[in-house]
Design a binder for this molecule. Sequence first.
Ligand SMILES: Cc1cc2nc3c(=O)[nH]c(=O)nc-3n(C[C@H](O)[C@H](O)[C@H](O)COP(=O)(O)OP(=O)(O)OC[C@H]3O[C@@H](n4cnc5c(N)ncnc54)[C@H](O)[C@@H]3O)c2cc1C
Ligand code: FES
Length: 272
Amino acid sequence: MKRPAGESFSGVLDTATLLRRGEVARDTHILDFEITGGHLPAAPPLPGQFYLLDCGGGREHLLRRPMSVHGVPRWGEGDAMLRFMVQEVGWGTRRLCSLEPGARVSLLGPLGRGFSYGGGGKRLIVAGGMGVAPLFFLGTEMDRSNVDYDFVAGFGSEADYYPWLGDLGVTQEVYTQDGSVGKKGIASDGARDAMERNNYSAVYTCGPEAMMEVVASLAEKKGVPCEVSLVSRMSCGIGACRGCVRPGRDGENLCVCTEGPVFDSRMVVWGR
Ligand SMILES: Cc1cc2nc3c(=O)[nH]c(=O)nc-3n(C[C@H](O)[C@H](O)[C@H](O)COP(=O)(O)OP(=O)(O)OC[C@H]3O[C@@H](n4cnc5c(N)ncnc54)[C@H](O)[C@@H]3O)c2cc1C
Ligand code: FES
């Protein structure tokens, strides 16, 4: 089975300063960090790559929390600005979403393999809920590279809708479960419609596993390559602890932090 084609870096440990934070949707914040005087890799992070963020808490909460890169407003020699989108679900994310500008946060990255979006043809991006964090970044990079794509996004309701989606260079097909924004339904409904109407050269998806499973199966039936971004509980982020490993379709183990989080959908065992 094909291994993921995106780039992989071993990340570096840096300390970043929070420049600003704002709530953009229910319990969901955008955080802009600045890194100055760091030892940054020459190339900026790719869509789909992530950082491990220290949420504080000392011995009680040793593990850093994985967050996808949501944008890279600036990337220079030892000087960068990084954007994350964080949804409050527990202790660590609540800490991140209550930081004030000027707060110093230790982060490790960029880590993992991102999406591979070279080549020609029209692409389809399918985001469910927080899957929008890496996929919005993918959309902005496709805009920059003049890649032709459609964007389907699904949210619970209007309160969860991400208003910055309108900044993308394409019209988005939006679904909410209660029909308060866009069409009533879920992102995989939109993916099905889009794949019936168009011929895509590749599909990219991130969100709830049940949604990614449907999207991957639709793409596989059509013979279209599909990349999925998996979520796993992580501790080291560098392939050492094996805590993030999950079984693959060929009986091999998938190390989500180093071989992923983006995988060819044909490598993934769903419904765990
Ligand atoms: C590669 C990767 C990229 C991610 N990118 C983002 C992102 O851009 N934005 C974002 O908001 N979240 C992202 N997540 C999920 C995020 O890491 C978790 O929500 C976070 O670690 C929870 O920490 P906590 O201390 O707030 O929750 P905890 O207090 O540890 O747990 C609270 C609840 O969250 C669940 N949870 C904890 N960790 C995870 C996890 N890794 N995945 C799924 N559920 C979890 C727990 O089961 C529990 O129900 C990403 C996860 C991965 C693996
Ligand atoms: S988190 Fe340790 S091996 Fe992936």
